[in-house]
Write a new protein. Structure first.
Ligand code: CMP
Length: 140
């Protein structure tokens, strides 16, 4: 059965370019409920840990550098079938391939600076949520 929660980060490019409010509005309008949220910044060490699964990829260094380059907004979102529904809302990793109306199509700059992250499975949603939030910071 599909889970009800997913994890997201509004990435440094989108925060820097003033898109935080518009992106949160798109998320809420699509029916997601915010159950946890944090405005924070990743150290290079923390960004490296978060993206450890991509360690062997050629873009890993760029990704870690970029994700620690400025503030981000991390959040846990709730909706039926949350992971799949959210990935549909944000669109393809490469904004040029993302469908019209998706968050990445509207706000992303490039495949690296692609505005927003969305978990790719229920398991990763739980792992990524725990990376940023303690149980006391999640509001049912
Ligand atoms: P995200 O969904 O957060 O998870 C992994 C990230 O790696 C992805 O978004 C992109 O920002 C980044 N990424 C994926 N492919 C590339 C690439 N070819 N070059 C640079 N960054 C990439």
């Amino acid at each position: 059965m599909s889970g009800k929660r997913t994890f997201t980060m509004i990435k440094p490019d989108a925060v820097q370019n003033g898109h935080t409010g518009a992106i949160l509005n798109d998320i809420i309008t699509d029916g997601f409920r915010v159950v946890a949220m944090k405005y924070t910044r990743l150290t290079p060490e923390k960004a490296g840990e978060f993206y450890a699964v991509h360690r062997e990829r050629p873009f890993y260094r760029e990704l870690v550098e970029y994700m620690s380059s400025g503030p981000i907004v991390a959040a846990i979102l709730e909706k039926e079938n949350a992971v799949e529904s959210f990935r549909k809302l944000i669109g393809a990793t490469d904004p040029q391939k993302a469908e019209e109306g998706t968050i990445r199509r509207k706000y992303a700059q490039s495949i690296a600076a692609n505005a927003i992250h969305g978990s790719d499975s229920d398991e990763n949603a739980a792992i990524e949520s725990a990376f940023f939030f303690s149980k006391l910071e999640i509001f049912e």
